[in-house]
Design a protein around this ligand. Structure first.
Ligand code: CP
Ligand code: NVA
Length: 301
């Protein structure tokens, strides 16, 4: 059987997402662990910083009976010109899965192509699939459902939004988007998702219009990793796109507020909202662990 990868949400079906959510719920409640990945190893290559992704994958592998190796890309021969293909072919001889956090998404695609073991995208400039899968778990826990709800994403058209758009395409969930015109999400992803689910995604100019009727109000940083040079320009471009008490007033009264973290308090979200009664961000962060375990089991068992 050909190995499976998780390079984007487009790699999984609606049914598989449902199965992953069920398995994550089961693993979260499990009292006696069964160690389905006993003796298995995950290599984790990081070109960018990480708190949640690194810790949740590492702890997740341990809790499943396996182990994870943290490889800073600066410390391996990749940084000295060894190709991604040769790295993939070599590491595949030692481990049972590879997770990569990188800049260019092409690196994920090339790694997946050359590796003979499953490859997981732990964030690229283009997408962040593991984040959105675990966010669906949080929505399911908080709302009792993840399908018949309205999601509003306000902010940058970045990797996190691209993965939400992929999820909307695959699942047909209703996703309202408001980004500044100069920071729209990836066209190719939007087009593909709209072909899959023609009425799922609506793009708004004004954040107020996007959050109206929203059950989930979501944002992410305005300056992603690797964009530090664009910081002052981006801060200007995003004026009016902050999730604050006034904007939240336009959403459903029981809307939950989500953020993948790390947050830049006072930029894309106020501390009042991030720490407020509607925010679920730390439950959301916790669920990274439970969903990583479901993903790892799905790909590596
Ligand atoms: N949300 C997320 O991926 O966090 P880290 O960058 O800390 O891994
Ligand atoms: N968009 C952010 C997500 C961090 C988890 C970034 O790429 O830095």
């Amino acid at each position: 059987m050909r190995k499976r990868d998780l390079t984007s949400i487009f790699d999984v079906t609606k049914t598989e997402i449902g199965d992953l959510l069920q398995e994550a719920v089961r693993l979260k409640q499990e009292k006696t662990p069964s160690f389905p990945l006993r003796g298995k190893t995950l290599a984790m290559i990081f070109e960018k910083s990480s708190t949640r992704t690194r810790v949740s994958f590492e702890v997740g592998m341990y809790q499943l009976g396996g182990m994870a190796l943290f490889l800073n890309s600066r410390d391996i021969q990749l940084s000295r010109g060894e190709t991604i293909q040769d790295t993939a072919r070599t590491i595949s001889r030692y481990v049972n899965g590879i997770m990569l956090r990188t800049f260019a998404h092409q690196n994920v695609a090339e790694l997946a192509q050359a590796a003979t073991v499953p490859v997981i995208n732990g964030l690229s400039d283009l997408s962040h699939p593991c984040q959105i899968l675990s966010d669906l778990l949080t929505v399911y826990e908080k709302k009792g459902d993840y399908r018949n709800l309205t999601y509003a994403y306000i902010g940058d058209g970045n990797n996190v939004l691209n993965s939400w758009i992929e999820a909307a395409g695959v699942l047909g969930i209703s996703l309202n988007i408001a980004t500044p015109p100069s920071h729209r999400p990836a066209h190719s992803i939007l087009n593909r998702a709209q072909e899959m689910s023609p009425r799922a995604i609506r793009v708004f100019d004004r954040p107020e219009d996007a959050v109206r009727d929203a059950d989930i109000v979501y944002t992410d940083v305005w300056v992603s990793m690797g964009q530090e040079d664009l910081r002052s320009q981006k801060l200007r471009d995003f004026t009016g796109f902050q999730i604050n008490e006034s904007l939240l007033g336009h959403a459903h009264r029981d809307a939950i507020v989500m953020h993948c973290l790390p947050a830049h308090r006072g930029e894309e979200i106020t501390s009042g909202v991030l720490d407020g009664g509607q925010s679920v961000v730390f439950d959301q962060a916790e669920n990274r662990l439970h969903m990583q375990k479901a993903i790892l089991t799905f790909l590596m068992k």
